[in-house]
Write a protein that binds this ligand. Sequence first.
Ligand SMILES: Cc1cc2nc3c(=O)[nH]c(=O)nc-3n(C[C@H](O)[C@H](O)[C@H](O)COP(=O)(O)O)c2cc1C
Length: 361
Amino acid sequence: MPGNSFGQFFRITSWGESHGKALGVVIDGCPAGLKLQEEDIQIELDRRKPGQSRYTTKRNEPDKVTIMSGVFKGQTTGTPISMMIVNSDAISKSYSGFKDIYRPGHADYSYDKKYGFRDYRGGGRSSNRETVARVAAGAIAKKILNKYKINTFGFVSQIGEIKGQKISKSYIEKNPLRIADKSKFSEMSKLVDLVRQEGDSIGGIIEVRTNGVPAGLGSPVFEKIDAKLASAIMSIGGVRGFEIGSGFSIAERKGSEVNDEMQTKIKSKVEFKSNNSGGILGGITNGNEIILRFALKPTSSISKTQSSINTKGQNKKLKVTGRHDPCLCPRAVPIAEAMVNLVILDCLMENQLTNLKKISI
Ligand SMILES: Cc1cc2nc3c(=O)[nH]c(=O)nc-3n(C[C@H](O)[C@H](O)[C@H](O)COP(=O)(O)O)c2cc1C
């Protein structure tokens, strides 16, 4: 499979390259009758766009979306929705030096091995610019899910070795690092500033939570919702680790500590005393909050001198110039939220079709 489409029922196909004329997405399967305007999409794209602060790349893209099809008189028609975002600040000459040299840590070498030919300008299709497509599609998924009172939010929980402890939801969009623990801002921002000045970069961890998810989403065996979420998140460039609920720390604990014991209190409403499973059991949601985390590597494009090879296999030294994020985390938050929303909506739509009790005839 060429790999540019995602989802079964709310199916998106992403297209475009970092330095091509435009990027975009086609959504097949969006229900008719949803009120939709470009502003709904733009809000999310503005959260993802470059040049937001000194902690992100200086590439100055307005990322203005145009809805090309599937919407009539402000409502979705049930036909394919196509959205386009024009590239207006691509400086391709910054990449002419990497035409024949592989940037270490980026996808240049592996793309060349697969295709034998690659668009080297800004990483082409392997660039994070591709994610405008997912964020645009995710904005529509979010709008539908909000109608079901399903809400997703993400935040940066760690940068380098500095860990956030508190979660203040209202603080996340108020700070350029998108952290949730205000008390760590000064320390974390100093670290990002330092690596930027050194021509280096730094990694981090993002946490995403979804509340309001009903029990029963996801399917057994190969279509588990946690497997789909892992696939969705791992498809974002630079992701090196993924966990659900207690994740990797569960390896150090006993069953008696981590089984989420159940009880009912008010009107037989099921409650879990804890949420080590991150809201998913057997690949199916249990009604608890979905909690996932992922680790992002430090940006590979750094201006320190590094070793690599050219297309002839000769050893070379290079410094990666151009405009790059010193820490991928802040801008990855809306991208991850979009991917989570796409997975949950797809599972919700699947449930309408696979469970007779849910279909009203
Ligand atoms: C929000 C975001 C921004 C990114 N910006 C850059 C960048 O400026 N420079 C860069 O080299 N990589 C950047 N990346 C990472 C690359 O896309 C990624 O490392 C590359 O596609 C290779 O894929 P891999 O790291 O998953 O193996 C970014 C990733 C994300 C999620």
